[in-house]
Design a protein around this ligand. Structure first.
Ligand code: ADP
Length: 163
């Protein structure tokens, strides 16, 4: 038995944080000693919110968890960060079979970077399985109602962006 704290990494773009992401964070925080929400900085995806904005929006929603923190992945692979920080697993959420195939590929890629790199999948909660950041951006752009899709601070920030 080793008594190292069990650290879960939850990597993603979080552009922006949704109630689906928050549900995963909440569930993972009950399973691990520590959760690091790892915000990807350099991806090919075009962002609505810059990294500081995304971090602020996440921070306001996780500040009451004493075992959840945020970090940024500025350069390099999740696998490298994992090894440097002695993580126990990567956590990803799966909503449907498209996510499943995608996540399987990513997990295989990560496992090839090191045999110790584990990926754990949590199924999306029923009420959030149709939520994605991109869908929410689309709805917000056309001034639709997103109040049961994102935390309140994200809703306000999106209304500002699309004013
Ligand atoms: P990425 O660009 O890495 O896919 P996202 O920020 O879109 O990053 O998502 C991060 C993780 O959260 C992914 O594993 C994704 O499948 C998961 N996720 C996204 N939306 C939901 C949701 N509504 N319920 C559960 N998991 C979700």
């Amino acid at each position: 038995m080793d008594h190292q704290p069990k650290i879960a990494l939850f990597p993603g773009t979080f552009d922006p944080l949704t109630l689906g992401h928050l549900n995963i964070i909440d569930r993972v925080s009950r399973l691990f000693d520590e959760v690091i929400v790892l915000v990807a900085v350099n991806t090919s995806k075009k962002h609505l919110f810059n990294v500081d904005e995304r971090i602020r929006l996440i921070h306001e929603n996780i500040k009451d968890y004493n075992n959840v923190r945020i970090d940024t992945l500025t350069d390099g692979l999740v696998a490298t960060y994992y090894q440097q920080h002695h993580a126990s697993t990567i956590v990803r959420g799966v909503r449907n079979s498209t996510d499943f195939d995608y996540e399987f590929t990513i997990a295989s890629g990560n496992a090839r970077q090191g045999k110790d790199i584990e990926t754990m999948i949590l199924y999306a909660a029923d009420e959030y399985r149709f939520l994605s950041s991109s869908l929410i951006k689309e709805i917000a752009y056309f001034k639709g109602d997103i109040h049961d899709m994102v935390p309140e601070n994200v809703r306000i920030a999106m209304e500002q962006k699309f004013k």
